[in-house]
Design a protein. Structure first.
Lengths: 347, 359
């Protein structure tokens, strides 16, 4: 009896809180309505945070840049992100962003394909962007990258730098996206010197630095002196492994998705040889701009490659010779003289 | 006296631990410079403030009820089934495969078939650990943990080789006849992922309550859990009971996975980690002390925390990491509740002994 009464009071309090907040919510919504020039956009991560030093971070940096450029605030009515702790969070995150009246919603990563597809169907007035996959819908813009072209250049850089004639590749999870990285890298190495051995390993996870470290240590101990990692958060472990090795011998890591020079710093210098760039941030920024100006490429798929600077390779610590070779191959790809494979089976 | 004690433990300790967790969460938020009250209010609105939110809470509680029940059944027989996540994943794979394999079936055959496929697959998977334990005494903790990895990578291989189109990382969407989500429910809950699986979960809770309290098998499972040797001496087949408990546990976890496959996601993807419903199911079951009604309630609490938690960082500038810490604090006290309960029981039994001695 006593318990029942207390629970009843608790339930009433909860109900009151809900009602109060609901009123509060309406008020802010009408306030936002007065200032018509406001545009809001948000992104949903594909697992993990916006500090993954890679894909999600790059996208978020682009959105932040866009928000600051237009004097928007982080939060409702401006720009924000929703972090997905598991795949089951995609749909609730997207729906909560829609309810918070964000006008453009970015799904960063192919894993969000299903959730964005059904949300786009149910909310025809909201604009959606899917990165790294294609959705055919009137209110969705799809963006894919020719990661293989940048990875090809990484392969050239690795081949021009290795002393042991052995290089390594550490991928996150097997799939269409990472396949492009692997294929491009292997093709690039082979283009320079067919005798160089490429050791390919997968961590089967995008967020396990410990696995990345174990794989990289084994590769370095096997005399491989350059490793290209395309493994998201797992890649942090590759850098730690290299920092342990650098005391004994010269090793290099090639970064992925954004300039990872900072991750390669150690007491005696920097071991990030170079990084392949994936313009997720730039694309997010420009799509948000286009959405704001009502020029949103709805229903279209845009593919970004070396030609339109959607992907690229940094100069980093590359020797003059290696950089020259990279430039040379880059020109050939841009001119269409070299076609880079999309998956290892095409090699 | 004893009855009073039990009610005290099963009602007040969970409530106290949740309140303690919320308090610690509030302190953490206040110390990091965020407004705890506003954040808890946005947690509440995010979980209960709209039909969509309530739909999401119920959907997220659905598989947790089933995995929680699964853990509870194995736990009453004295096993720690850590393999719920793997069994759920196998159940998910089986239910989606069934739906994709027989696309022409009418709903009336399709739904029971796909759901049953999930339950059977989960049961067979946990049956491996049950068999090893019953006949060779292999620790189920180790075997189920390892089977989790086999399930994860095995499922991924099957999805990639057989179910995904081309180089894709996900299977086709299951045919409409196999979907637990219906347009009617979507309309009712403003396009939430709420699905009919909640009925399956609630039915599961009733069946398990009945099984454990009202049948010989339930009695045998509890007897083996209390004292395996005594149960054997009393003429029960402990081997059969062990395997039965693990089969039921796995079937429930498999059903939980089937709910994700047929209800929430409607396909299966290459997973980079085990589905979280396994370990969350353990916490749900421990918070409830294994009681089926308690499991339904604590699964709802987990749903509220998880779905409402997403709203905090969308509605404010509080980073999701702080929210995760707050949710983890609540769950920590849920775990501590188990310790408090355990300590409380020890204390009262010591007291009982002392009283007996003085007499």
């Amino acid at each position: 009896m006593k318990i029942g009464r207390k629970l009843g009071v608790l339930a009433m309090m909860a109900a009151a809180a809900v009602v109060l907040v609901a009123c509060g919510g309406n008020k802010t919504a009408s306030d936002a309505g007065k200032t018509n020039d406001k545009y809001s956009a948000a992104l949903v991560t594909d697992g993990g945070g916006v500090d993954d030093k890679s894909f999600n971070q790059s996208g978020w940096e682009g959105l932040e840049k866009w928000g600051k450029k237009h004097d928007l605030k982080k939060g409702v009515g401006g720009y924000n992100y929703a972090q997905s702790n598991s795949d089951a969070d995609f749909t609730p995150n997207i729906n909560k962003l829609i309810q918070a009246k964000y006008q453009t919603i970015f799904g960063v990563g192919y894993k969000l394909q299903g959730a964005i597809k059904s949300a786009a169907k149910a909310n025809p007035k909201t604009r959606f962007v899917i990165i790294d996959d294609v959705i055919e819908a009137k209110n969705v813009a799809s963006v894919t990258f020719k990661d293989n072209e940048a990875a090809f250049l990484a392969g050239v850089a690795a081949a021009q730098t290795t002393k042991t004639k052995k290089v390594g590749f550490i991928g996150g999870v097997h799939g269409a996206v990472i396949d492009r990285f692997e294929a491009g890298f292997r093709q690039g190495v082979a283009a320079v010197d067919k005798a160089i051995k490429v050791d390919v390993k997968y961590a089967d996870d995008f967020s396990k630095p410990a696995v990345g470290q174990a794989l990289a240590s084994a590769m370095f101990n096997n005399d491989e002196d350059v490793i290209y990692q395309a493994a998201g958060g797992t890649g942090a472990g590759v850098f730690s492994a290299a920092k342990n090795q650098i005391k004994k011998k010269k090793v290099w890591v090639i970064g992925v998705d954004r300039d990872q020079t900072d991750e390669g710093k150690y007491a005696g210098g920097n071991l990030t040889l170079t990084s392949t760039l994936k313009g997720v941030g730039t694309v997010v920024e420009s799509l948000a701009d286009e959405a704001m100006d009502n020029k949103f490429p709805a229903g279209k798929t845009t593919v970004y490659g070396l030609k339109d600077k959607g992907v690229d390779l940094t100069k980093g610590q590359l020797s003059a010779n290696a950089w020259k070779s990279v430039q040379d191959y880059k020109q050939q790809i841009v001119d269409g003289k070299i076609t880079v494979a999309n998956k290892p089976s095409e090699l | 006296m004893r009855i009073k004690n039990t009610t005290f433990y099963s009602i007040w300790i969970p409530i106290t631990s949740v309140v303690l967790g919320l308090l610690v969460g509030a302190i953490i938020m206040a110390l990091s410079g965020f407004d705890p009250l506003a954040n808890y209010i946005s947690l509440l609105t995010g979980a209960l403030g709209s039909a969509n939110a309530i739909g999401e809470v119920l959907r997220s509680a659905t598989p947790l009820i089933l995995t929680g029940l699964g853990f509870a059944v194995a736990n009453s027989a004295g096993f720690f089934n850590i393999g719920l996540a793997g069994q759920a994943l196998i159940g998910w794979l089986a239910s989606v495969s069934f739906a994709l394999a027989f696309p022409g079936l009418p709903s009336i055959l399709m739904l029971p078939g796909a759901i049953l496929a999930g339950a059977i697959a989960g049961a067979l998977w946990s049956g491996i650990a049950g068999f090893l334990r019953a006949y060779f005494g292999a620790s189920e903790v180790i075997t189920t943990i390892m089977l989790n990895y086999v399930a994860l990578y095995g499922t991924n291989a099957v999805v990639k080789s057989f179910l995904a189109a081309g180089d894709g990382d996900y299977s086709k969407t299951i045919p409409a006849a196999a979907r637990l989500r219906t347009p009617f429910l979507e309309q009712l809950t403003q396009n939430s992922t709420f699905h009919w699986g909640l009925l399956v979960a609630l039915a599961g809770a009733v069946v398990i309550w009945w099984l454990m309290k009202r049948t010989t098998m339930g009695f045998e499972i509890r007897a083996v859990g209390l004292n395996e040797d005594a149960a054997q001496y009393a003429g029960m087949s402990t081997k059969r009971t062990i395997i039965a408990a693990m089969l039921i546990s796995g079937a429930l976890a498999g059903l939980g996975g089937a709910m994700e496959g047929l209800g929430n996601f409607q396909n299966i993807i290459v997973n980079t980690a085990l589905p979280p419903i396994g370990f969350d199911g353990m916490s749900v079951s421990l918070l409830a002390g294994g009681s089926p009604i308690g499991i339904v309630l604590s699964a709802l609490l987990f749903g509220i925390l998880k779905i409402g938690g997403l709203n905090i960082s969308i509605a404010s500038t509080t980073p999701p990491e702080i929210v995760d810490i707050v949710i983890a604090a609540v769950i920590f006290f849920v775990g501590a509740n188990y310790i408090i309960r355990f300590a409380g029981q020890r204390l009262s039994s010591l007291k009982g002994k002392k009283e007996g001695a003085t007499k």
